[in-house]
Design a binder for this molecule. Structure first.
Ligand SMILES: N[C@@H](CCC(=O)N[C@@H](CS)C(=O)NCC(=O)O)C(=O)O
Length: 255
């Protein structure tokens, strides 16, 4: 049995989870909470970052490594292009998306979410264990301090991140002119990565942990509203609609 250790609302966890769903595998999830996740992660992996996939005695940490592993183990519905040139382009673009969208969107998003403690608590405890809400009522001030330190959440860094995100989004819009997919003409790990990492701001309906309760703070809502009509925004919705649940739960198998 495969187990995915995850934060439900993390975009990197969504990237790994989507890859497992894409392969049509049955798996279980262990939903961890920021802060207390460290102990669990360090028992099985060198660092505290999630996602971590457990398969038998193996533990694979990091969304990209998880996709590599799944493609090595299960060679149907490959996410990595087989053509060497396309493969190289895909891995390079994925790496840039991880950084310029994954890390910077997360920083920009949380720098603003910090202003609304109630929403922040609801977000990070979404589908968490039963005790999460009460636990976080007590722990939130400390968790906020840790988030600020770990993600460098401050106005200056948030603004720097916004510029980096905008630059990448312009490049995505350009790449998507007259194309359905970012590399080649089939769905690959790059499309999955871009859509999963942009999900916090595009909020596609069929995200498995869609936060319909979330109302964004003004700066984030303004940022989102300005992006709504952009080609990449529509593309993320379309990719989620077409590819997020391609293999139905009833057609999955237990590896
Ligand atoms: N490059 C990693 C990034 C993973 C990452 O940044 N995970 C965050 C959540 S989005 C995390 O676990 N943060 C808590 C920690 O580092 O202890 C990947 O692709 O999986």
């Amino acid at each position: 049995m495969i187990t995915l250790y995850q934060f439900t609302i993390s975009q990197f966890c969504e990237k790994a989870r989507w890859a497992i769903d894409h392969k049509g595998l049955i798996y279980q999830t262990e939903n961890l909470l920021p802060g207390t996740h460290r102990k669990t992660a360090l028992k099985v992996s060198p660092s505290t970052q999630l996602p971590i996939l457990r398969h038998g005695l193996q533990h694979i940490q990091g969304s990209g490594k998880i996709i590599d592993y799944l493609d090595e183990q299960y060679q149907t519905r490959l996410l990595t292009p087989e053509d060497p040139k396309q493969r190289q382009n895909a891995l390079e673009l994925e790496h840039r998306l991880d950084k310029d969208i994954g890390l910077h969107l997360r920083r920009f998003f949380y720098a603003h979410m910090l202003q609304d403690s109630r929403q922040l608590r609801r977000l990070i405890t979404h589908y968490g264990p039963w005790y999460s809400n009460n636990f976080y009522r007590l722990m939130l001030p400390m968790i906020k301090r840790n988030l600020v330190k770990e993600m460098k959440l401050n106005a200056l860094e948030a603004e720097r991140s916004r510029l980096i995100i905008n630059n990448m989004l312009q490049q995505l819009d350009k790449k998507l002119e007259n194309r359905e997919y970012l590399i080649g003409d089939t769905f690959t790990r790059v499309d999955l990565t871009a859509a999963a990492l942009l999900s916090p701001i595009c909020q596609p309906d069929n995200h498995p942990y869609h936060c319909e309760f979330l109302s964004l703070p003004k700066e984030l809502a303004d940022f989102q509203n300005k992006l709504r009509d952009r080609p990449f925004f529509h593309w993320v919705q379309g990719i989620y609609q077409k590819h997020r649940w391609e293999v139905k739960p009833s057609d999955r198998y237990n590896p």
